[in-house]
Design a protein around this ligand. Structure first.
Ligand SMILES: Cc1cc2nc3c(=O)[nH]c(=O)nc-3n(C[C@H](O)[C@H](O)[C@H](O)COP(=O)(O)OP(=O)(O)OC[C@H]3O[C@@H](n4cnc5c(N)ncnc54)[C@H](O)[C@@H]3O)c2cc1C
Length: 477
């Protein structure tokens, strides 16, 4: 007799494990299937995000920023340290410990919520049956009323730069360098390329980012993207736009990268090369031919607005479906699907998913960009407040960037909040909360903000929408 569940979740990333916990909390008999094994060879939950994504990259960003500060700005505060050095293996070991703590924490939560964990590869068969194949090849078939596919994504590989995880690495390999490369090449000026490039640049690597597109961060608000390019370039990242990589040659632990830009063919040698050109959905051996679940033209599992696939009772969430490849989007889809399976009404606001790039300064946005609104023909008013005018930012010696609030010219409703600056991720979330409740720029301007705080910049930017900022000269309307 095969075991029967109300819900089976395939994949224990932030989409899948949250969906499993929520399902169990709602009284559904839930199973979770995960095949990934961590560095110790044991099943590790948490998916890309906890093991080789959000968390380890932020651990290295924080370590490298502390090194940078000790090196560059402690003097300013009157702190002398003697020679500052970086021990890369210790930095990597700290990161690994954080990953272990968090993935272990997820395993405890799964257990505490009564979710049954199956270690192995999950595959959806016809008739909502799920086959689990363990690492030793043994398999069993589970029965269920509902399936949630949460198999996530993996790095895109490109033929001109085949990853060997030694000299040419993907984002996973770039989290495990054992020393600082002298010259580091990064293919792709996206979120991951800029974050990982920043880590190693702060530690002393000479970093060149090769980006095939002519435009820097095209999805980000143009004013913010322009400022980001200026600041990151000043920090030492050499960002080459319109540079398409055509080939690589690895010799004596070095890689020569050939690329074409507006001036013609060029080549450059690096000690390490990170390929960070995007991620693609994982559907390999996930769906039996007669499962009935269909993919869209880009290889993502096809789902409707509520994450339902083409088969009733089968859902898909996170990176394996359309939309932003972000952990918080995956988790929220997991919650919505669990609620709907339990018979509740639930939906997600796809218009208000904050997006953050954890460089320093951070780059973050929620809602629409100025260029998108203009392209739609929406009349807007914009308020901008620079951190250079913020007392808290000055006290912290962290004054680069600004907060930008965009409001509908007719209704004054806030349509977008974009930030480049210290704690941009936290500030933009305040904008997201305000927008979720349909706030106007005037409402936001009438609220009391703690002083001194970085969030005063959001307050002032909201006031600046109508030309009423206090601590900066207002633009003539
Ligand atoms: C370097 C890096 C930094 C990132 N930083 C951020 C960030 O700061 N913020 C952010 O929001 N996002 C970030 N992301 C993206 C984020 O990691 C993903 O959006 C998120 O992990 C997607 O969650 P998911 O649950 O859909 O899939 P995943 O996290 O990819 O998890 C899928 C899981 O399913 C398992 N699986 C797949 N197929 C099967 C199968 N057939 N059977 C059993 N198990 C299976 C996999 O082993 C994996 O554990 C980053 C990504 C990278 C690579």
């Amino acid at each position: 007799m095969s075991q029967k569940f109300d819900v089976i979740v395939i994949g224990a990333g932030p989409g899948g494990y949250v969906a499993a916990i929520k399902s169990a909390q709602l009284g559904l008999k839930t199973a979770l299937i995960e095949k990934y094994k961590g560095k110790e060879g044991k099943t590790a939950l948490g998916g890309t995000c906890l093991n080789v994504g959000c968390i380890p990259s932020k651990a290295l960003l924080d370590s490298s920023y502390k090194f940078h500060e000790a090196h560059e700005s402690f003097k300013l505060h009157g702190i002398s340290t003697g020679e500052v050095a970086i021990d890369v293996p210790t930095m990597i070991a700290r990161k690994d410990q954080i990953v272990r703590n968090l993935t272990g924490g997820v395993a405890s939560l799964i257990k505490a919520n009564g979710v049954t964990l199956f270690e192995g590869h999950g595959k959806l068969l016809a008739g909502k049956k799920v086959e689990v194949t363990a690492a030793d090849g043994s398999s069993q078939v589970l029965d269920t009323e509902n399936v949630i596919l949460a198999s996530g994504s993996k790095p895109v590989e490109i033929p001109p730069a085949p990853v060997d995880q030694d000299v040419i690495v993907d984002s996973t390999g770039a989290l495990d360098f054992q020393n600082v490369p002298g010259k580091l090449g990064v293919i792709g000026a996206g979120v991951i390329g800029l974050e990982l490039g920043s880590v190693w640049a702060r530690l002393g690597a000479e970093v060149t980012v090769l980006e095939a597109m002519d435009k820097f961060l095209p999805a980000v608000d143009e004013q913010v993207a322009k400022e980001a390019q200026k600041i990151l370039t000043k920090q030492g990242l050499k960002i080459l736009l319109g540079a398409r990589v055509t080939g690589t040659e690895v010799k004596n632990k070095q890689v020569t990268v050939k690329f074409v830009d507006a001036e013609g063919e060029k080549s450059q040698a690096f000690d390490k090369l990170i390929v960070a050109v995007g991620r693609r959905p994982v559907t390999t051996d996930l769906l039996a031919a007669d499962s009935g679940v269909t993919l869209d033209e880009r290889g993502f599992i096809y789902v409707d607005d509520y994450c339902a696939t083409s088969v009733p009772g089968v859902y898909a969430i996170g990176d394996v479906v359309r939309g932003a490849m972000l952990a918080h989007k995956a988790s929220e889809e997991g919650v919505v699907v669990a609620e709907r399976i339990a018979g509740h009404k639930a939906q997600m606001n796809y218009d208000l998913i904050p997006a953050v790039i954890y460089t320093h300064p951070e780059i973050a946005g929620v809602g629409k960009t100025e260029q998108a609104l203009k392209a739609e023909g929406v009349a807007i008013n914009v308020g901008v407040f620079p951190f250079a005018a913020s007392g808290r930012a000055m006290a912290a010696n962290d004054t680069a960037g600004f907060v930008k609030v965009i409001a509908d010219a007719k209704t004054d409703r806030v349509l977008g909040v974009h930030v480049i600056g210290p704690s941009a991720a936290e500030l933009v979330q305040q904008g997201a909360i305000a927008m979720e409740f349909g706030t106007s720029a005037e409402d936001l301007g009438m609220m009391v903000f703690a002083h001194p705080a970085l969030s005063e910049a959001l307050h002032e930017a909201a006031l600046a929408v109508s030309g009423h900022a206090i601590h900066v000269a207002n633009r003539k309307k």
